[in-house]
Design a protein around this ligand. Structure first.
Ligand SMILES: N=c1c2ncn([C@@H]3O[C@H](COP(=O)(O)OP(=O)(O)OP(=O)(O)O)[C@@H](O)[C@H]3O)c2ncn1[C@@H]1O[C@H](COP(=O)(O)O)[C@@H](O)[C@H]1O
Ligand SMILES: [Mg+2]
Ligand SMILES: [Zn+2]
Length: 165
């Protein structure tokens, strides 16, 4: 019996018929969540650095495969997002991997312009949280990237960020 997971799937995706087929089989059969989204971790193909964490819907995944350029679904803007449309900081896909149960995507990319983050840094993960005994005050970050690669105001204008917190 075809499970609900397989209804309305694009022709390019295999059916999710058994755990064995999904985990050991030869066909891409991605699992999207109830909102139709799959998480995507994007790394720099040469350094391995984690650049960002986004989500794709089926269309974004198919467009990424088809064009070799990263496409995401923007939850904040509720639209298909071809990374780099405004900034030119597009991501050329070197490799796309999927995890065992096919509910997470790993994109290995080369970033045009050397930066991927709209705040101006190479990676969205430009701060770290020190692992140490807790005090009673808010935990201060360590900035792992100290200099921005580009000026976000010059690239995106005065209101580069989503307006919500
Ligand atoms: N450019 C980026 C950008 N680059 C990297 N990221 C990362 O991508 C993640 C996903 O972005 P989303 O907008 O989809 O936000 P979300 O986290 O899914 O959803 P929220 O729950 O945060 O609303 C963010 O959490 C950031 O870590 C970016 N997030 C947003 N942008 C915006 O995208 C727009 C277009 O930018 P370019 O694609 O570079 O032209 C501009 O308005 C930018 O401000
Ligand atoms: Mg976010
Ligand atoms: Zn960022």
């Amino acid at each position: 019996m075809t499970s609900l997971l397989n209804i309305g799937r694009p022709a390019q995706f295999g059916l999710r018929l058994s755990v064995e087929a999904v985990e050991e089989g030869a066909l891409l059969a991605p699992k999207f969540n109830a909102e139709g989204l799959i998480p995507v971790v994007t790394t720099d193909a040469s350094s391995g650095e984690v650049l960002m964490m986004g989500v794709m819907n089926a269309e974004a995944l198919l467009r990424t495969i088809d064009t070799g350029e990263a496409h995401y679904w923007s939850r904040s803007r509720q639209c298909l997002w071809h990374k780099g449309t405004t900034s030119g900081l597009s991501q050329r896909v070197v490799q796309i991997r999927v995890d065992d149960d096919q509910d997470a995507i790993w994109l290995r990319v080369e970033v045009a312009g050397g930066a991927s983050c709209h705040v101006g840094y190479r990676s969205c993960f430009y701060r770290s949280i020190p692992v140490e005994p807790l005090g009673e005050t808010p935990i201060p970050f360590v900035f792992e990237e100290t200099e921005k690669v580009f000026d976000p105001v010059a690239v995106y204008g005065d209101a580069p960020n989503p307006t919500h917190l």
